[in-house]
Ligand binder design. Structure first.
Ligand code: PEP
Length: 254
């Protein structure tokens, strides 16, 4: 059985003071209760230490939203895996659609970052997903196959325990529009079949595939109940301690 991963992506929101408060509010909701899902919040880089400190002694984990492929050196504005580990991160989101679109991250770069993250002992959450025009054209599976293949060819099947893929239809991110549970399951199964083709079934059954795109307390139950949906990557709703905790609570009931 795969353990649900309920991951929040705070994007460019929550400076250290606000992030500390939000993390404390989330942790406070679980003061009396433990959970079986894995719970992760990914603040902006500068807020990672504050969130890591707020989560100390709790089950909540901290991750980052991006990383560079080099260890150190003249890469102004970038951050390395060792810096993230030092600050308390366990996971890194890689290839979010906003990075692919606004920062021109290619499939190849996303694959290199994923490999670097795993080699250096962190866990990647690799985002894949089609834009609206690609879904309308009916080439959504082709697009996701290209993105997933690029990553899998850089890795080996012994990395199936560590690799997390997030299917995020770009048309559903921050739009309030969600993929139907059937659309999500169809793509998640397609991704798992692709992994099986690369690594075999035993390994593909270990890889967690998250759904992302306007997940909220009112749609989380149906989405998380799908056979191949192993958690959520949550943007907007993770900025509310109540909504994030509600989704975590829902995952505990499935
Ligand atoms: C995201 O940023 O990965 C995301 C899914 O955002 P939202 O939940 O706001 O659509």
């Amino acid at each position: 059985m795969r353990t649900f991963l309920i991951a929040g992506n705070w994007k460019m929101n929550a400076a250290p003071g606000a992030a500390k408060k939000l993390a404390e509010d989330i942790a406070a909701k679980w003061k009396e209760e433990s959970f079986h899902s894995e719970a992760l919040l990914c603040p902006p880089f500068i807020s990672i230490p504050a969130v890591a400190a707020a989560f100390e002694g709790t089950q909540f984990k901290v991750g980052a939203q991006n990383v560079h492929t080099e260890n150190d050196g003249a890469y102004t504005g970038e951050i390395s895996t060792s810096m993230l580990k030092d600050a308390g991160c366990e996971y890194v989101i890689v290839g979010h659609s906003e990075r692919r679109e606004y920062f021109h991250e290619s499939d190849e770069l996303v694959a290199q970052k994923t490999k670097k993250v795993i080699d250096d002992g962190l866990k990647p959450i690799v985002c894949v997903g089609e834009v609206l025009s690609e879904r309308k054209e009916g080439i959504h599976q082709e697009v996701v196959k290209r993105q997933v293949d690029a990553v899998l060819t850089h890795l080996g099947n012994d990395e199936s325990d560590t690799l997390v893929i997030a299917y995020e239809p770009v048309w559903a991110i921050g739009t309030g529009e969600t993929a139907t549970p059937q659309q999500a399951q169809e793509m998640h199964q397609f991704i798992r079949d692709l992994i099986t083709q690369h690594w075999g079934e035993t390994s593909s059954e270990k890889v967690r595939i998250l759904y992302g795109g306007s997940m909220k307390p009112d749609n989380a139950g149906e989405l998380l109940s799908q056979k191949d949906v192993d958690g959520g990557l949550i943007g907007g709703a993770s900025l509310s301690a109540g909504s994030y905790s509600e989704i975590l609570k829902i995952s505990e009931t499935i």
